[in-house]
Every structure is written in C-alpha cells, then in structure tokens.
Design a protein around this ligand. Sequence first.
Ligand code: AMP
Ligand code: MG
Length: 333
Amino acid sequence: MENSSDVIHQAAEIIKEGGIVAFPTETVYGLGADAFNPLAVARIFEVKRRPYFDPLIVHVANPDDVKKLAKEIPPHAKKLIERFWPGPLTVVLLKKEDIPDIVTAGLSTAAIRMPNHPMALSLIKESKCPIAAPSANPFGYLSPTTADHVQEQLGDQVDLILDGGPCSVGVESTILSFLEEKQSLLRPGGISLEEIESIIGKVEVHPVGEERPRAPGMLPRHYAPRTPILLDWNEKDLDHYQGKNIGLLAFQEAKNHLKFHHVEVLSKKGDLREAAANLFAAIRRLDALDLDLIFSETFPEIGLGRAIVDRLRRASHSITSPPLVGGNKGERE
Ligand code: AMP
Ligand code: MG
C-alpha cells in the first residue's frame, strides 16, 4: 500500500500539470483541477458532462485565502467563515477578476469553501493553488460518498482517485450568497440553517422547484438515480403498485416492510446527521437492485433534514403520483 503522503504528493503533481484528481471531502468526493488553469477546469466539465452554465466551487486550504479570490468579504460572511471553516459551508462573494470565467460560468461572483478533510487540505496545500471542484459524478446523478462510487462512475476518465474513506457528512455543502447586502440560502447542506441564523440572523430561503434557479445548476431534477423515486405517496399508491418490485428508503424503521422488495433504513436512532451521511449510498444500493420504483419516506425539515428533503425532491422531481406504470426507468440527465 502506498503511503498516503506519497499519493497526495503524486495527486498534487497531477494538479500542477493541469490534470484532474478525485479527492475526498467531508461532504462528498470532489473532482478537482487548478482553479487558475482554464483548460484543466474544462476537462472537469467534459468528464462530468456538466453544462458550462453550472459554476464550480473553489476550494481553499486556509480561511485567509478567501481574500485572494473575493473582492470583499461582508462582515456576516466573515463571521460564518470564522465559525464554520473548515466545514460544509460555501460562501458566494464578488470575485476577483483573475478567476477564470469557466470556473464561475461567467458570473461576477465565486463560490468558495474550505473543506474539512485532511486529504483535501493537504492536496490543496501541496498543489499550491485553489482547487475548483464539483462532485465527482456524471452530471445530474447521485453524488459519490466513497472512492468506489467514483471508480464505478468515472473510473479511468480521471487521472487519480484519492481514497479517504466514506464521507462523514454525506451531503453537499450549504451555499449562502452575500450579494447586494442580502444573505440568502442557495442550497441547504451540511451546516443547518438554524446554526447559521443563530450567528447572523434571518437568511432568505427559496423553496425547491422555484423556477429560474438563483444558484445556477440548482435544477429541479438533480442528484437522481435511474430508478424513479416517489416522495409524496400514501397507502393507496402501495396498493396501486402491487406486484411491482418496490424499494423503500426509510428514516428510522421499516413500516409495511413486507410490501417492499428491499428496505434501506437511514438512521435507526432517528439522527438526521447519520441519515444524511447514509443517504446517497443507500439510494445507490436501491438503484442497483433493478427495482421498478423507490418509495421514499419524507424527513423532518429541520437541521440536516432540510438538505435531505432537498436532495430527495430533486431526485424525484419528474415523478408525479401515481407515477409511470410498467417499470419504465427514469432518465439520466
Ligand atoms: P456541486 O459542486 O456539483 O455540488 O455544485 C456546485 C454548485 O455551487 C453549483 O451547482 C451552483 O449551484 C453553486 N455555485 C457555484 N458557484 C456559484 C456562484 N458564483 N453563484 C451561485 N451559485 C454558485
Ligand atoms: Mg454535484
């Protein structure tokens, strides 16, 4: 087994030479390139088949590095950075001119975060540049929370995959924007809205599905498996699908388990953090079973529950109740 500092060194060399590396963070695995190398960043978009209007998050290894990327840091953004970095919080700020347009989709702003994972931090430090990275999965599909997930989905298309074990948070970062003196939540994620509001007061929140996403890339359908997911359902839907192969994504316990082909329980003790950490891997396991449909329970929309429900709504977006009969598979984006 290679020593982890050797392999991080090798990964940093790849980044410096304009390559792309998949690496662990506490949220999900990222696919990174030197944020100041537009050609390297372009390869990320190609490999992911990600539309160019969807900007990337720039990852730094030190809170002070935000000053090199942002024109100004509003006091509330500064407070949150002091409190939550390194951690699953991304701030959207007015960017400095020299960040390439491909990273920010031509916007005047950049999304910046310092991840809380030793391998990610060493990689950024050794590469001596901020690393632009989206999640290491094909666009629209479930985010990877282990190195194996990355291998299965992107495999040989990336120059190296760093294995740092399963991600501890398991859902993407919370994205907050600080523009024109407004503070708004662009994506719920690993730091809860309650924690944020306890420090900076009220934050504007927009419901999922609202048209014209303010965070480019926050498409109503996203984070989706191939098997259709049904989120808002009732007992009648279960009868309607009698005889079909149906899986259940449950929070604490498997109710009606005899009616399901397979059940995934996210947290027996009802802990939303644990549920978030297990979410994507559990959906993947269900997706691998060739089911006709996945029924998902809903989750309390507090704390990390907000991020879980957001991802489930996006994963299930095009499915209305009662959904497709006949076991058609949902499209991949
Ligand atoms: P991903 O890393 O794949 O989870 O996606 C990063 C997300 O960050 C994008 O889909 C956008 O929603 C958001 N984002 C990145 N840069 C900006 C920006 N400058 N303004 C608003 N949202 C951004
Ligand atoms: Mg993503």
